[in-house]
Design a protein around this ligand. Structure first.
Ligand code: B12
Ligand code: SF4
Length: 500
């Protein structure tokens, strides 16, 4: 009777339908032997690949995806190892050693579009080491590419599309790959998995899995205090900016319970000594009532005394006002990140940003008036960009007087409207994701060539050197260890400016 009950529990746990027919790709698929997962503790290696091109020595933060899924698998009794290739200094040879010693059943690779080259190399290495290891990938890039991922990544067995934790746990627990919703397997796409509406299941992150205490993660600049970590307090965004890849969280916004967010803050602070938290939500001020609850709980629990916070807000008049900003300030927020993107209204309209220049100016004035610092972030090279629109951006940037600012080249991420536009217009200059990276133009506009864009964009920091220098000096006093790193960056900015 007990055995029957256990069997029933195993079949129904977490809504997972288990099947004996796990290895549905058959022995010739290279998965022979890895199907027999049921009721056995698995060894899972999770890897955050290097970026295609990166000047960085360390990751800014641990991969939220790997920490989340690693924690869930660890809590279920599986043996989990997480590798950040960059921060841990793990090249392919070292990874080969890890594979030989750890002998994982599953290797999970997280992948955004700037990590394709190394993600592929890792998947190839895994299959070369042992073809029975199941290679699973997920993240914004596979979620955007869906079935096409197998063309570019022949050594990947399973691609998890969108939100990954439920699907991944089902894979780990031995679910039938041919029916698990939300995955691509065997060149077929299984039915979509609906977005998780209740996010209460998200566990407290086990940062021991990434050896967080050694404090190598640099944080996203500017950092107000170390150690720094981030929290995703909500998922999804209802806006439709043409350059944004939303293939993971989608348009339906879901908010985590403020009490559980508070618990995560306490956990990060008490267990790992975290002193700065970056709420990286797409728009923290989308739901005013919820944001106020979070701020009030932080204040009521005294978590504004030893921890500081930063977060993105939208500038829209109906979303931001002085009262909200004052409450944020009281809750220990020191920096608000605004995605301004352009100083030209037509450009904002074309990119469907849903904001006006007037709202931008108003938000910056209000934010500064309550004593909060700001980041103004811009994109150069979206459709319609001209010399004049970039000049408008310089001018707005100077007028806003942000504490920190920067611009990124517009990147046509897969599955975005921007990608469709540049392909249609013949403005996509390189169609090889391995070449995509943070600092390179791969598009042109009607008016501007790639070289024009490079030149005019670097002129933006030219106009803003003073503000950057001011920040570097202030930060160097607070964190002397960063002086050399920042100095180099500033020097590069001055010297490596392309000349026409
Ligand atoms: C936090 C964040 C960062 C942080 C930290 C990222 C990190 N270490 O995890 C920092 C500041 C470092 C960062 C940097 C960059 N980011 Co960023 N970032 C985000 C943000 C806001 C949230 C990501 C996150 O942590 N979510 C929480 C975790 C739990 O979710 P997740 O990573 O998506 O993982 C889920 C699924 O994707 C899936 N999954 C992911 N990996 C795996 C692996 C396996 C095996 C499985 C089964 C499932 C799975 O399951 C997870 C759980 O549901 C997203 C926007 C967004 N709202 O998603 C952008 C986003 C991921 N970033 C983006 C970009 C472009 C960048 C940058 C390249 C540059 C930039 N301008 O921001 C850099 C470079 C990063 C790099 N390593 O190459 C893009 C990626 C687009 C693309 N197609 O690749 C996004 C989607 C923003 C956007 N809408 O355009 N980013
Ligand atoms: S850029 Fe920000 S506001 Fe625009 S769609 Fe993406 S997440 Fe939403």
């Amino acid at each position: 009777m007990k055995i029957l009950w256990l069997y029933y529990k195993l079949r129904t746990a977490g809504g997972v339908q288990y099947s004996a027919k796990i290895n549905s790709r058959g022995p010739e698929s290279g998965l022979a032997g890895c199907g027999n997962f049921m009721a056995k503790s698995k060894k899972i290696l999770l890897v955050n690949p290097l970026e295609n091109y990166s000047p960085r020595k360390y990751d800014m933060y641990p991969s939220g995806a790997l920490v989340l899924m690693g924690t869930m698998a660890h809590n279920k009794g599986h043996s989990v190892k997480i590798v950040h290739q960059l921060t841990d200094g793990v090249d392919l040879t070292e990874l080969g050693n890890i594979l030989s010693v750890f002998k994982p059943d599953i290797v999970g690779i997280t992948m955004n579009t700037f990590q394709t080259f190394h993600a592929r190399k890792i998947s190839e290495l895994v299959k070369k080491t042992d073809k029975n290891i199941l290679v699973v990938t997920g993240g914004p890039h596979p979620s955007a590419l869906k079935l096409k991922i197998f063309e570019d990544f022949p050594c990947v067995d399973v691609a998890v599309i969108g939100e990954g934790e439920a699907a991944f746990m089902e894979i780990v627990e031995g679910g039938d790959l041919s029916v698990i919703p939300g995955i691509c397997f065997n060149n077929k796409m299984n039915p979509q998995r609906p977005a998780a509406m209740n996010l209460d299941y998200i566990p407290l992150p086990n940062l021991n899995l990434v050896n967080f205490s050694r404090n190598k993660f640099t944080g996203a600049e500017p950092v107000g205090a170390y150690p720094t970590m981030y929290i995703m307090a909500s998922r999804g965004c209802p806006f439709h900016c043409i350059y944004c890849n939303k293939s993971v969280w989608g348009n339906t916004v879901r908010f985590r319970r403020p009490e559980l967010i508070l618990e995560e803050i306490k956990w990060l602070h008490e267990k790992y000594g975290v002193k700065e938290i970056f709420f990286q939500d797409d728009t923290f001020n989308l739901n005013r009532e919820w944001a106020e609850q979070v701020f009030n709980l932080i204040i009521a629990n005294g978590l504004n005394r030893n921890i500081i916070y930063k977060t993105p807000f939208r500038v829209n008049e109906k979303l931001v006002d002085k009262k909200l900003l004052e409450l944020a300030k009281k809750a220990g927020f020191w920096l608000i990140f605004y995605g301004v993107e352009s100083g030209n209204q037509e450009m904002l309209d074309k990119m469907k940003k849903g904001i006006t220049i007037r709202e931008v100016k108003r938000a910056f004035e209000l934010t500064h008036s309550v004593g909060l610092k700001t980041i103004a972030s811009f994109i150069v090279g979206l459709p319609g960009e001209t010399k004049k629109t970039i000049e408008d951006t310089f001018n707005l940037q100077r007028e806003l007087k942000p504490y920190f600012t920067g611009s990124s080249p517009a990147i046509p991420f897969p599955d975005t409207e921007f990608e469709k536009i540049v392909i249609e217009k013949g403005h996509l200059l390189i169609y090889n994701h391995d070449e995509y990276c943070l600092d390179k133009f791969i598009v042109r506009t009607d008016d501007l060539s790639k070289t024009d864009l490079e030149y005019y964009r670097l002129d933006i920091p030219g106009k803003l050197r003073l503000s950057y220098l001011k920040w570097v000096l202030a930060d160097s006093f607070k964190n002397p260890g960063n002086i050399i790193k920042r100095g180099k960056k500033f020097f590069n900015l001055l010297v490596n400016r392309p000349r026409k």
